[in-house]
Design a protein around this ligand. Structure first.
Ligand SMILES: NC(=O)c1ccc[n+]([C@@H]2O[C@H](COP(=O)([O-])OP(=O)(O)OC[C@H]3O[C@@H](n4cnc5c(N)ncnc54)[C@H](O)[C@@H]3O)[C@@H](O)[C@H]2O)c1
Length: 355
């Protein structure tokens, strides 16, 4: 890795794609899941705050910071459900990992692809602790950008190999099915959410709509299933009928954020929520019986992005899949920032003070 202090390694979308392809998507998700679990197991050590959200009529822009005392990370992410109509992604992101000791960024990375990978890995890690034993069949409702990543993560971590797909737009389901062809899934396209959940032991909801939608009603959810609710992640943006929540044991990332953004925003402020890190460390129980409905009320928390950035950083030296970004001013004498500008004036012939 470079020792030039002005340079920050930058992982572009192109390099991220090459990195994922070089490692293999399944292996990437499996390895990323170990980083996520490692960080959940040391949860108490992190600085934690609900993400800082700027809401507008069409969407939200959020900043997600955290630190473990050695490293600091943040992600910039948006959520704009109408974006796909004019060719844009619903969710895009980029992020930074920095050295707490000197405050210097160590990595700047695209995180649109990385968010899909980390969201899927986090969902599958949660399901490892919560889904019914030997679950193989998953319904995926909402077959957009996140959907294939969810399928691959559940296959890699839990062995899910039967998928039941539903989307209000059949073209999205057809795209999802085509993209997953040859990856070892038995896939059924379904005509309704009701049909998709039939026989599924795990139900993933990953739709995008900026309102309180009801993707699943109470009668659609039988006993013993695990629900992986990914799409409800903003105030006023939910996917499940409240009655489902009342029948479920609910597991979350960070309650102060989930109570604002997750399905749990529909519940009383003191409704019991179990933190996932406590299940992982044995401080709380996960699934205790075969008839229990478990619900991972996922909203996405900063520590998952921190884990993802940490994982990517650890791949850079071995793979060389990054670019050198001239991001930080680095004068010969640290206090001579203006002098650096003057020397550039001489070198380029452009005037510092204007002409
Ligand atoms: N929890 C997390 O950590 C996390 C992370 C990333 C994205 N998300 C959320 O996941 C959701 C999906 O993201 P994406 O990038 O895949 O979006 P996307 O726009 O690419 O896909 C969403 C899909 O949902 C479908 N849909 C909308 N309403 C539906 C309904 N009523 N029934 C069935 N399908 C419906 C759309 O047709 C579309 O194909 C978004 O709401 C996003 O904010 C959550």
């Amino acid at each position: 890795m470079t020792v030039n202090l002005n340079i920050v390694p930058f992982v572009s979308v192109d390099r991220m794609m090459k990195l994922v392809l070089a490692i293999g998507t399944e292996r990437f998700v499996l390895e990323l899941a170990t980083y996520i679990e490692e960080d959940f197991r040391r949860w108490e050590l992190f600085d934690k705050t609900p993400r800082i959200a700027s809401h507008s009529v069409d969407g939200v822009i959020e900043l997600m910071p955290t630190s473990d005392g050695q490293l600091y990370g943040f992600k910039y992410v948006n959520g704009h459900p109408k974006n796909t109509r004019d060719g844009r992604q619903t969710v895009t992101a980029f992020g930074v990992l920095a050295d707490v000791g000197n405050g210097y960024p160590m990595l700047l990375s695209e995180m649109t692809i990385l968010t899909a990978l980390r969201t899927a890995a986090s969902s599958a890690v949660a399901a490892k602790y919560l889904a019914p034993e030997a679950a193989r069949c998953m319904a995926i409702i909402g077959n957009g950008a996140q959907s294939e990543f969810q399928a691959i993560a559940f296959k890699a971590l839990l062995g899910v190999d039967r998928l039941r797909l539903y989307d209000i737009d059949p073209a999205a389901s057809a795209k999802c099915m085509k993209n997953l062809a040859g990856m070892g899934f038995d896939i059924k396209l379904c005509a309704s959410a009701q049909e998709a959940v039939e026989g599924a032991e795990i139900i993933t909801t990953v739709t995008a709509d900026k309102r309180s939608a009801t993707i699943l009603t109470d009668n659609m959810v039988g006993s013993g299933v695990h629900i992986n609710a990914v799409g409800g992640d903003c105030p006023g943006k939910t996917e499940l009928h409240r009655d489902i929540l009342l029948r479920s044991d609910i597991f979350v990332e960070y309650p102060p954020q989930t109570r604002i953004e997750g399905e749990s925003q529909q519940l009383d402020a003191d409704h019991p929520l179990t933190e996932l890190w406590q299940v992982m460390t044995g401080k709380a129980v996960g699934r205790t019986d075969a008839r229990q409905i478990t619900l991972f009320d996922s909203v996405g928390f900063a520590i998952e992005d921190f884990s993802a950035l940490r994982y990517v950083r650890d791949q850079l030296q071995r793979t060389g899949l990054y670019e050198e970004l001239d991001l930080l001013a680095d004068p010969d004498e640290p206090r001579d920032l203006f002098g650096m500008l003057l020397r550039a004036e001489k070198a380029t012939g452009l005037a510092v003070a204007g002409s």
